[in-house]
Design a protein around this ligand. Sequence first.
Ligand code: NAP
Length: 253
Amino acid sequence: MGNTATPLSDRVILVTGAGYGIGRTAALTYARAGATVLLLGRTQQALNDTYDLIEAEGLPQAAVLPFDLEETDEDKFIELAGLIEQHFGHLDGVLMNAGVLGQRAPLETSHWETWQKVMQINVNGQFALIKHLIPLLRKAPADASVIFTSSSVGRAGRAYWGAYAVSKFATEGLMQVLAEEMENTSRIRVNSLNPGGTRTSMRVAAYPAENPASVPEAESIMPAYLYLMSPASVSVHGQALNARDLCAGLNAE
Ligand code: NAP
């Protein structure tokens, strides 16, 4: 069991989208907290770069898992879970962070292909992944945590956010259904976290006219990501949370 400085020591945490943006910062944060982090993402080089950052700090050795969540063959998800089981035996946490923005456009003119791609990655791929990771989370020696990544447009619809907004509503649904299923049948807690506007390439794509320097860096919301992944949040379950509010509450404690 970890201490205050390293609350995730001896824990194995999988982070999706760990090669860039919030996922990379979260992976580094979890490693600094003592976790062995499994870095999942589409671009191998980006994952290698996150791996190197973890290595450079002398933190627990990470593992790189190149995987495309656009995959439609369920067997590939089964193989992935088998590989993790073979090497690590179980998981203590999963940060479901990977996602794509797709097209900012009215529904009336949204491209069918883009809609399908966003839904495949943000919803169907996430479902297939978490489905096959649940048995590994059940094997965690103590509590385990699943964090889904939401957005403010996944909690109240907003014009021109199209498939992305709808996929985030679906993510909230996935969280709620899984949370109820895990309640009283496991030690797995399941929540969703809205990072809020954060300085990443997705933010730049969504708000091209904005000065990136005016947007907070991912580092600023890491207390929320760490809290939800660590045993301190063991009684938090089935909630739709905002990272900034959570950070403010943790600061006030
Ligand atoms: P980002 O920098 O664009 O990172 C997205 C990550 O998802 C990348 O590592 C990317 O890796 C991965 N990914 C995308 N498609 C994938 C696929 N098919 N298979 C596997 N991995 C895939 O975005 P971010 O801002 O850090 O976003 C992280 C999460 O926060 C997302 O769920 C996003 O919706 C949410 N969010 C962000 C903001 C914000 O202001 N930044 C606000 C609200 C919510 P590859 O490029 O290698 O595929």
